[in-house]
Design a protein around this ligand. Structure first.
Ligand SMILES: Nc1ncnc2c1ncn2[C@@H]1O[C@H](COP(=O)(O)OP(=O)(O)O)[C@@H](O)[C@H]1O
Ligand SMILES: [Mg+2]
Length: 338
């Protein structure tokens, strides 16, 4: 759906050059919710603005749904942009227009006949749950309601892609979840590809299928959310994962009796999360164990569990136990050896 190929972006201002993006290669599949996470200044906004060519790359190509965006005339580009909606951290609504008029705005630009505009606006108000606020002004709405207007406006021209630039960063956690649920519903119901950027791992964990980690204008890690979240490789990724407190190891007690014990982290994904695989394997191996820390949660709708377990075994016996756990499909990482 979206291919970014060898994108680099160098800003020049006052004789100063800033390399905001370096050699970005991304492939976003149709229907995916693709997250890009990074700290402030990492280049996230620059990156997402390349998808609809609000920024032009210094080098490289942007291909959306088979169309090379970088090669289009201005007119053609304006047309293509209608198939890419965008929402923003600070909503960017027109304060002098009502909710209804804000949503109708892109349809009027596209010169849709008045009766069709009205029908479409009504549909969109329903989709985002704002029927009763059609005639309100933005100043009369809460942050969450404003973002719902932003979403309805972005969807007005029936885009194939929705870009979200920190769309929940100005909202409290509860409102954030309700907006994320709405985005997920839109992705499923309308089959729209969503690209979202954020500095919050919680956002990625809630709704994304895949994630790229951006650091200093470079993608340092990319993959399925479950893989990146449960097995972060890069330091920056680990920092983001640590934001989600239930996976931190703060609560694991210190090693009290090293020597005959082996500490491991076991990861369960999917249905095995709810099955007695650990108990069964340990019984078969006849190895006592203690659970030091554990969490069960969800990545989007996939259940996962992570346990830090101390096996009362070492050497060969521990290695065999670990192999037995792995043969049942569990991911086992050794944390300490004797
Ligand atoms: N229009 C611009 N002119 C010059 N430098 C810019 C411009 N926009 C962004 N930058 C610089 O590019 C880098 C990435 O910025 P940005 O994409 O806004 O990061 P993020 O959205 O991750 O916070 C920063 O160093 C920023 O100062
Ligand atoms: Mg930004």
């Amino acid at each position: 759906m979206i291919r970014l190929q060898h994108i680099s972006k160098i800003y020049e201002s006052g004789g100063q050059q800033t390399a905001a993006l370096r050699e970005i290669n991304l492939h976003i599949k149709p229907g995916d919710i693709f997250g890009i996470i990074g700290h402030s200044g990492a280049g996230k906004s620059t990156l997402i603005r390349h998808i609809n060519l609000l920024e032009r790359p210094t080098t490289g190509q942007v291909v959306v749904d088979g169309v090379d965006m970088t090669a289009l005339s201005y007119r053609k580009l304006q047309e293509e942009r209608r198939s890419i909606g965008m929402i923003f951290q600070h909503f960017n609504l027109l304060s002098s227009l009502t909710v209804k008029e804000n949503i109708a705005f892109p349809l009027r630009l596209a010169k849709l006949p008045q009766d069709k505009v009205q029908r479409r606006v009504k549909e969109l108000l329903g989709l985002v749950g704002l029927e009763s606020h059609a005639d309100s002004y933005p100043s009369q709405l809460s942050g969450g309601q404003k973002q719902r207007v932003g979403i309805a406006r972005a969807l007005a021209t029936e885009p194939k892609v929705l870009l979200c630039d920190e769309a929940t960063s100005a909202l409290d956690p509860q409102t954030t979840q309700s907006i994320l649920s709405l985005l997920l519903a839109i992705n499923r119901r309308l089959n729209i590809t969503i690209v979202l950027i954020t500095h919050e791992m919680q956002v990625i964990r809630s709704i994304c299928d895949r994630v790229a980690v951006l650091d200093g204008g470079v993608i340092v890690e990319e993959g399925a959310v479950a893989d990146v979240f449960l097995k972060p490789q890069h330091r920056t990724t680990r920092d983001f994962v640590a934001q989600v407190a239930d996976l931190s190891e703060m609560d694991v007690p210190g090693d009290r009796s090293p020597g005959s014990r082996t500490r491991v982290r076991i990861t369960f994904i999917g249905e095995q999360t709810y099955e007695p695989v650990l108990y069964e394997t340990m019984s078969e191996m006849n190895v006592p164990f203690a659970i030091l820390q554990g969490t069960i949660s969800r990545l989007k709708e996939i259940p996962y569990g992570q346990l830090v377990v101390e096996l009362h075994a070492s050497g060969n016996e521990a290695a065999q136990t670990i192999a037995a756990l792995q043969s049942r499909g569990l991911d086992v990482e050794v944390l300490t050896y004797e």
